[in-house]
Design a protein around this ligand. Structure first.
Ligand code: GAR
Length: 221
């Protein structure tokens, strides 16, 4: 499946995806292009290092014109014929103009256990709230803010000594584990939706399939 990845920053999730691909874990993901809305994003260097086209459409040129921004994204990505868009640290909310262009959908990684803590700066909100469990969510994107159907989630404890930086570092490790898994399942056509509920086709816990759990770490019911 042809995939375009959109990033806004350092690109550690992009790196996790490309490393998983290099290990042979994403055999059906054909990463065609990486696009950033920020000049000089680290993700662009990562893309070039892996021989993937690195593109830029600056969101700053489209203030107040989301449709224009989305059209520019689609025009720039058009030559790559991507079927799936992967948001790996992309910090813009996207609407129907963009979402409707990808037959296999748009997936995102969010650094919280949705539907708790959508939006930005989640780590300081989590530590200020005093939650004891935090984590990350890979999900399909809809028109809302981090409101699309969940694909899989991973959890970590929040320690008394955690500030936002410590917590974000712990959550990031989970992101790097669950996002490549989610993208692998989507690109191999194994994820279907029953209403909002993601189902993983061919998931057979009794056969002990490595990593094939929609919850990380795997938990007993
Ligand atoms: C990650 O924590 C990702 O979950 C988050 O931005 C960070 C990007 O890091 N995404 C969002 O907040 C989406 N709204 P990265 O550039 O190192 O992958």
């Amino acid at each position: 499946m042809k995939v375009a990845v959109l990033c806004s920053g350092r690109g550690s999730n992009l790196k996790a995806l490309l490393e998983a691909r290099a290990r042979g874990e994403l055999p059906h993901a054909d990463f065609r292009a990486v696009l950033s809305d920020q000049e000089g994003a680290g993700a662009l260097d990562t893309a070039r290092m892996h021989g993937i086209d690195a593109l830029t459409v600056l969101s700053s040129g489209f203030r107040g014109d989301r449709t224009g921004f989305e059209r520019a994204l689609l025009e720039t990505l058009a030559p790559y014929s991507a079927e799936l868009a992967v948001l790996a640290g992309f910090q813009r909310v996207l609407g129907r103009t963009f979402l409707d262009a990808f037959p296999a959908g748009v997936v995102n990684i969010h650094p919280a256990l949705l539907p708790a803590f959508p939006g930005h700066m989640v780590w300081s909100k989590e530590t200020a709230y005093g939650v004891k469990l935090a984590g990350a969510t890979a999900h399909f994107v809809d028109e809302g803010v981090d409101s699309g159907p969940v694909i899989c989630q991973g959890a970590v404890p929040v320690l008394e000594t955690d500030g936002p930086d410590e917590l974000s570092a712990r959550i990031l490790k989970v992101e790097h584990r669950i996002f490549p898994a989610a993208v692998g399942w989507v690109t191999s056509g194994r994820v279907s939706l029953s209403g909002r509920t993601a189902l993983l086709r061919g998931f057979s816990p009794s056969e002990g399939e490595e990593g094939a759990s929609l919850v990380w770490p795997p938990l007993d019911a």
